[in-house]
Design a protein around this ligand. Structure first.
Ligand code: HEC
Length: 273
């Protein structure tokens, strides 16, 4: 899914009408002049559901920094990754708290951070985020239960070069995972050795599935990854290695049985030296 998103400054909040009235005002809006109105503007009402929060807050206001190969704080808020990076995933700044704890906005670091920092979202947007979390932080329609059980999104993406070792690798699937039946050997993180040495070195990881988001698999390295090239492979040789809750085996397409590379990324050498 590589959709391009357009910022929709000025059309975001329920007060959108009011903001539009400011078009043409001189100064005072940080150079973010309201965009010319499309003939048939899409409905951009901010509501307390994930689709609306993604379209009105995360994509236009946050994904610029929280996106790409090196999202701030390993938090990617673009549409392909945000849900998997938020729900039941520990905060980088405040690891005792989850970024989003469904049903508990007070203990959700996303809310605390937005209240504290603003981060470019108007304070009037925050109640919608609070309400969404209070209501259970349900996923949006962008993540339909697909009839095929496949990998939907990975972070880091293939080809990414990271400035720092990732604290975790997130693999998003199109269906909910059967955690109980998961064989830990089904997912391998490998360091690719120099061409001269050849081969790969397996890095120990722990696997976890967020309680409220069984479509994500968090792969946490046991050690801080030193600079180098890495890959994550799914070992499809193991029977019932990765199954959905409905019992379907992972669809690996034409690749069939064997190993399925899900991402290959690099951690850049420390630039501080
Ligand atoms: C100008 C770049 C920038 C923008 C835009 C931005 N952020 Fe951030 N964000 C950061 C940086 C840098 C940090 C880490 C330092 C800090 O907390 O200020 C951060 C930290 C965070 C954290 C803490 C992550 C953690 O795991 O502890 C959250 C949550 C967050 N941002 C949410 C948002 C949201 C929501 C938006 C959009 C409304 C947003 N940010 C917009 C740069 C940005």
């Amino acid at each position: 899914m590589f959709t391009k998103h357009r910022a929709v400054w000025g059309l975001r909040s329920p007060g959108g009408v009011l903001l539009l009235a400011m078009t043409g005002c001189s100064g005072g809006n940080h150079g973010m002049d309201a965009q010319p109105m499309a003939a048939n503007p899409p409905s951009m009402m901010l509501t307390a559901d994930f689709d609306s929060i993604q379209a009105n807050i995360f994509t236009p206001l946050c994904a610029g920094c929280h996106g790409g190969a090196n999202p701030a704080e390993n938090l990617n808020l673009d549409a392909a990754h945000s849900y998997n990076d938020l729900v039941d995933v520990p905060s980088t700044e405040e690891p005792t708290l989850d970024r989003v704890k469904p049903g508990d906005p007070t203990d959700s670091y996303l809310v605390i951070h937005m209240q504290k920092e603003g981060d470019g979202a108007p304070a009037s947007d925050i109640p919608f985020v609070i309400q969404w979390i209070q209501d259970g932080a349900l996923p949006g329609s962008q993540m339909p239960m697909s009839s095929e059980f496949k990998v939907a999104a990975v972070e880091p993406n293939s080809g990414d070069t990271l400035d720092a070792a990732p604290s975790r690798i997130v693999i998003g699937f199109t269906q909910e995972l059967d955690g109980g039946g998961m064989n830990p050997a089904a997912v391998r993180l490998e360091r690719i050795n120099d061409a001269a040495e050849g081969g790969t070195l397996v890095i120990p990881v722990s696997l976890s599935i967020p309680a409220h988001n069984a479509r994500a698999l968090l792969v946490t390295p046991a050690v801080t990854l030193p600079p180098g090239q890495y890959q994550v492979v799914l070992n499809m040789d193991l029977t019932a290695a990765i199954r959905s809750q409905s019992g379907a085996p992972l669809d690996v397409g034409a690749a069939g049985i064997g190993e399925r590379l899900v991402t290959r990324f690099s951690v850049a050498a420390d630039s501080r030296d």
